[in-house]
Each structure stands twice: as structure tokens, then as C-alpha cells.
Design a protein around this ligand. Structure first.
Ligand SMILES: [Cu+2]
Length: 621
């Protein structure tokens, strides 16, 4: 049956090619101006033959799954789910000691907007940064291994949603909050909201040598909700841009009460200046973090009025403009960085809000584009065009940055939340593909009951007209994605044999078990197709413990071959983890019940994988 389907698929594609040739073949031959892309059928454009590789990685956040989804483009194949903020039973992330400690006991995370590290304003493929809106954490994902290598809890914040945006040379990535709370998080009456509650923006500093992040400083902001952000580039390098809503400072029924003002604000801040001020000592310490208060240190933060409850704020690739998408307005607003700087210099203010100067709207606006209903987010191509997703109209709109003219609209299914273009947040966008990350799939896929997947549309943006070429379901719930050229990612397949590594054993002869009181340390190896826990034992794959012991399994996978992963599951013990080639992992087990517990390799590794077993024997007290 499976084979038949494959044959049918190939026949279908061949038929598609034939039809494409009959329809376009002759005209294409006469029209040398047509690019290859326009001559291809939609099926051809996304077809990546078995054994061939995709051109791009798409790194999509997994929302309340807490995970990172890695897709290949143009095939839209889901290649990998990388655990970041939530435990993962298959890999044992959050089960074995190393990641368990990093994860800190959290059961879930809410990963919203991934940001790939940058060099000179372009994705450099070294790392990916993530923030957790659910439990106020930030993570570093190493793109050599596609593993989460560091997670830090961020003090003083509630819901770092407006993140992460990375500065052009990865000096910092910023994480402003969706929720405002009293500084320090203590109790305060909601009647005191406007005076006591604050939004907080965190500057996190990546350490690429050790694959870590640290909180560098924080900035106190008015008690509003901060939604999305982007870093300045080229002419606007040194600046950052945040969108706000609930500048009404409502404390209940936000649906109505936070939708009253015709204009909220884009917060425009000079992060270079702020970092310098903090360096000079202009901060107060709150829960161990340097907190910068822009009200007391004027000159680094300004407000730009923008219609109405804006979601995305996106800086153009040349850095000359920032585009705000007022989700309750039918327009997208283009603001000029140069005009904003001029207004700041001339103190061309129309007032102030929460002690911060508000720039004169008319002095800063460049143009308003009538895109349609529910504009949420804008991306760019390499030809001076912008693409805005419309939530309510379920469309993507292409418009020109210079002329402001709408060029094309395409229907998507349904309700675009975010857009991601190749290199879409960089100084160097690709201009080939755009993905609409849709919030609702309804009738797009075979029904699986009341819970529907989300959906993603792949749009070819290489021609004058956009063309929707493919659609794929996704698990909950990509909020945003970044698309990077596959050539920029260099992965490690096998970990180096590090003979100094703590708890590692690199030869079957060295496998041994040590007892320290009621602690049992198993220094074992996994290799095709056996476990060796104790080289000198008649049964080297058996661990004998006593009821009440604590057993530490320190297991090294000594197979130094690509894709030879071993698993380690204990039957009836609710424990499992993977050990990648060349890795050492530790599992701690309290054996509080006597009995016989088979151990087995859970990740198929060889023809004799079924034989890769052992026993944990727990003798009664
Ligand atoms: Cu195995």
C-alpha cells in the first residue's frame, strides 16, 4: 500500500510536469525574461527529491508547547522538534541530570518569537535566542548541535512577549514584557496601577564562547503592554523599537478598555546610550539586576504615536524606516528614522506620557498604507517591497516601500498571525519565499476532532505577483519564525572524545561501579549493541542495587559515528533519555522498591538493537 502511494505520488508529479510543460512550455521557451521559478509548477517549486536537501532552515517557535520547530524550506518538512522550555520524554530533556537542572522543574513554557544571532545585521547561524512568556525565562539554543545549552530565569518581569530581537552584532537581545506588575513583583492594589505597576525591558547578553546568556540590565517602562519589537540597522543602528497597547492603562476587560485610544505608541529607545549610562552607574539594583529608569535619565527613550493597538513593528532592511501595524486600524504606518531623529533634536514634542516625551506624529510619519483589516506584521524582500499579513481579511498584501502603492494581495487560510521571509529581519533579505503563520486551519486538513492544527502557507514572492504554492499543518503553535540560508548553519554530528570530561568512560574495559554509602555510581558505556556497566562482572550489563539506594547512571555513548544515538530506558521506572554519539549523560534514580527492572536501549541503533538490554536488580532491605 505504501509503495503504491509512492508510485501514485511520482506519477502525479510526472503528470503535473507534463501538464506544466503543455501549458507553459512553449511560451516559456520564447520568453527568456521569465525566471526559472516562474516556469516551474507549484509542485516542482516545493519538491525536494529523496536524498536532496532543502535550501533554507525555518526556525519556528512552538508557542505553549515550549519547543522549537525546525522546518526545511521549500519542502515545508518538519525536520526536528528541539526541546527548549518544556521537558521532552523522547530525548530525556528534563529527565537526565544536566538538562533537568537547567529546566528547573518547570512543566511548560510559552516560546513566542525566536531570534537568530546576527553579525553586521545578518543572521550568522551561531545561536538562536528564545524567551518564555509563561514562566519568565530566556534560552540559548546552540545551532551547532540544535540543543538548548542555557536557560536563565529573568527577575522582575512578567511575560517577556515583546522579544526576542537581537542587535546587529548580537551585542544584546532584548525582552520587554507583555504584562506590567509592581517592580520586584510584590503585591499592589490595582487601583494604584498607573503609579505602581511597570513594564520592564531586559537586555540579555550572549556569551558565544560558553553558549550562555546573562541578564545585563533592565529598563523600567510605563505600565503598558509591550507586544513586538525590532532592532535598528544601518542608519538606525543603536536604536530599538517596541510596539505598545493598553496605553489606556486599563486593569480589567482589556478587550474593550484597552481599545479606546486611536493611537498607542511605538517606543523608540537608544540601547547604546542606555548601556553607557548603566556602565556609568546610573541604575538602581532590584533583585540583583541593574535597573535603568529613563524618567530619571532623560534622552534615551521617546514615544511615537501609532494607530491603533499596534502588533508588529518592523525596521526596513536599509534601517531608514520603521513600519507599525495597527491591528485595529486598516492601515500600516511607515515612520522615518531621519524625521524621528530630527524631531528629537528639535524637541518637536506633542506632549508627554508617563514622563516620556511624545514626538509629533505629523513630523515623524512618512506614509500610511491602506492595506486592509487587521494588519499584524510586516516583512521585506530584496526589491524594496513589503509584505503585511492581515488577520481579519486573511490575506497577505504586497506593497512598495517607496511608492506606498499596494501591488498585490493573496488569500491565505486563515488569519495570518505572523509572516516570515527569508532573511526577513536582516539587512539582507532573500526575496524568494514568504511563510504566513496562520492561526486557524478550519477545513484545511483531514479532521482529527475538535482540536485542529495551526497552518502555514508558503508563498513564492520572487515574481511581481505573489503565488501561494503550498500549505502545511503545524503543532501548537508557531508565533513567529526566522528563515536562514542552510549554508549558514554548520552542525556538529559527533561530540569529541573528551577524556577529561567528568563521569565519562571511553572504553568498555573501564566501565565500573562505585559504591559510596547508599549511593551507587555506575560509570558505564553504550555502544552497538550493548551496555557495559561493570567490565569485571560476569554479567557486565547488570546493576545490582539495594532497596533505599540512590543510583547514578553515568553513561557515555562511545560510538563515534554519525546518527548512532542510544537510548536508556528502565522498564517500569518512568525514566528514559537519549545519549548522542560521544556524549555522557547522567540519570539519578532513587530505588525505593525492590524488584527486577529490565534496562533497554530505546533508540533503534543497529540490527541487534533488540538485544541491547540489561537489568537493574534491587535487592530487598
Ligand atoms: Cu542502542
Amino acid at each position: 500500500m505504501k509503495q503504491l502511494k509512492v508510485l501514485y505520488g511520482i506519477t502525479g508529479i510526472a503528470l503535473g510536469l507534463l501538464v506544466a510543460f503543455l501549458v507553459f512550455g512553449n511560451t516559456a521557451a520564447n520568453d527568456t525574461a521569465n525566471s526559472d521559478a516562474t516556469n516551474k509548477s507549484n509542485a516542482e517549486k516545493v519538491y525536494v527529491a529523496p536524498g536532496e536537501l532543502d535550501d533554507y532552515y525555518m526556525m519556528a517557535s512552538g508557542g505553549h508547547s515550549g519547543q522549537l520547530f525546525v522546518y526545511g524550506l521549500p519542502s515545508m518538512r518538519l525536520i526536528r522538534q528541539v526541546p527548549v522550555f518544556s521537558p521532552d520524554p523522547a530525548t530525556g530533556y528534563g529527565f537526565e541530570e544536566e538538562s533537568k537542572e537547567m529546566l528547573g522543574g518547570y512543566k511548560w513554557g510559552d516560546f513566542h518569537h525566536p531570534a537568530i544571532s546576527e553579525t553586521e545585521g545578518d543572521y550568522d547561524g551561531r545561536a538562536l535566542f528564545a524567551t518564555d512568556v509563561g514562566n519568565n525565562r530566556a534560552a540559548y539554543v546552540d545551532l551547532e548541535t540544535f540543543e538548548t545549552t542555557d536557560i536563565k530565569e529573568i527577575p522582575n518581569v512578567s511575560g517577556p512577549h515583546c522579544a526576542a530581537f537581537v542587535t546587529p552584532n548580537s551585542e544584546y537581545f532584548f525582552a520587554p514584557t507583555r504584562f506590567s506588575v509592581p517592580i520586584g513583583g510584590e503585591y499592589a492594589d490595582l487601583d494604584e496601577y498607573s503609579d505602581t505597576y511597570k513594564g520592564v525591558m531586559t537586555a540579555l547578553k550572549p556569551d558565544f564562547k560558553n553558549n550562555q546568556i546573562d541578564v545585563a540590565f533592565q529598563v523600567m517602562l510605563p505600565p503598558w503592554s509591550y507586544d513586538l519589537s525590532d532592532a535598528g540597522k544601518n542608519k538606525s543602528d543603536g536604536w530599538g523599537f517596541l510596539s505598545t497597547y493598553n496605553t489606556e492603562e486599563a486593569t480589567t476587560t482589556l478587550e474593550i478598555n484597552a481599545s479606546q485610544n486611536d493611537r498607542d505608541y511605538i517606543v523608540m529607545f537608544n540601547w547604546e546610550e542606555m548601556a553607557k549610562e548603566v556602565e556609568k552607574g546610573n541604575y538602581t539594583e532590584v533583585n540583583g539586576v541593574k535597573m535603568f529608569d529613563p524618567e530619571e535619565n532623560s534622552g534615551s527613550i521617546y514615544l511615537v504615536p501609532a494607530p491603533k493597538s499596534p502588533h508588529g513593528v518592523d525596521v526596513t532592511p536599509d534601517g531608514d524606516y520603521f513600519v507599525a501595524n495597527g491591528k485595529l486600524s486598516p492601515t500600516t504606518s511607515v515612520f522615518s528614522v531621519e524625521k524621528a531623529k530630527e524631531a528629537i533634536k528639535n524637541e518637536d514634542f506633542q506632549g508627554e506620557a508617563q514622563g516620556l516625551p511624545v514626538l509629533n506624529y505629523d513630523s515623524v510619519i512618512d506614509k500610511e498604507i491602506e492595506v486592509g483589516l487587521g494588519p499584524l506584521h510586516t516583512q521585506f524582500d530584496d526589491k524594496g517591497n513589503a509584505y503585511t499579513g492581515l488577520f481579519i481579511d486573511s490575506q497577505v498584501v504586497k506593497w512598495n516601500l517607496d511608492s506606498g502603492k499596494v501591488i498585490d494581495k493573496t488569500e491565505i487560510s486563515y488569519s495570518s498571525g505572523h509572516l516570515a521571509a527569508v532573511g526577513g529581519d536582516t539587512t539582507n533579505p532573500g526575496g524568494e519565499w514568504l511563510v504566513s503563520l496562520n492561526k486557524i486551519s478550519k477545513d484545511q486538513y483531514l479532521s482529527v476532532g475538535p482540536s485542529h492544527p495551526e497552518s502555514m502557507d508558503l508563498i513564492d514572492i520572487s515574481g511581481e505577483k505573489m503565488e501561494l504554492v503550498a500549505n502545511t499543518p503545524s503543532q501548537p503553535e508557531p508565533h513567529y519564525a526566522q528563515i536562514i540560508d542552510a549554508d549558514k548553519i554548520e552542525t556538529t554530528e559527533v561530540a569529541e572524545k573528551d577524556t577529561d570530561r567528568e563521569n565519562a568512560v571511553w572504553s568498555t574495559d573501564d566501565a565500573h561501579i562505585e559504591r559510596e554509602g547508599d549511593e551507587l555510581h555506575v560509570y558505564g558505556v553504550a555502544l552497538r549493541s550493548r551496555f557495559v556497566f561493570d567490565a569485571e562482572s560476569d554479567r557486565p550489563d547488570v546493576v545490582e542495587a539495594k532497596e533505599g539506594d540512590t543510583v547514578y547512571f553515568h553513561i557515555t555513548n562511545i560510538d563515534q559515528d554519525e546518527d548512532i544515538t542510544h537510548g536508556f530506558g528502565i522498564n517500569g521506572y518512568n525514566e528514559n533519555f537519549e545519549i548522542q554519539p560521544g556524549y555522557t549523560k547522567t540519570l539519578k534514580v532513587e530505588v525505593d522498591e525492590s524488584g527486577t527492572f529490565p534496562i533497554y536501549c530505546t533508540n533503534f541503533c543497529s540490527a541487534l538493537h533488540q538485544e541491547m538490554t540489561g537489568y537493574l536488580l534491587v535487592e530487598p532491605k
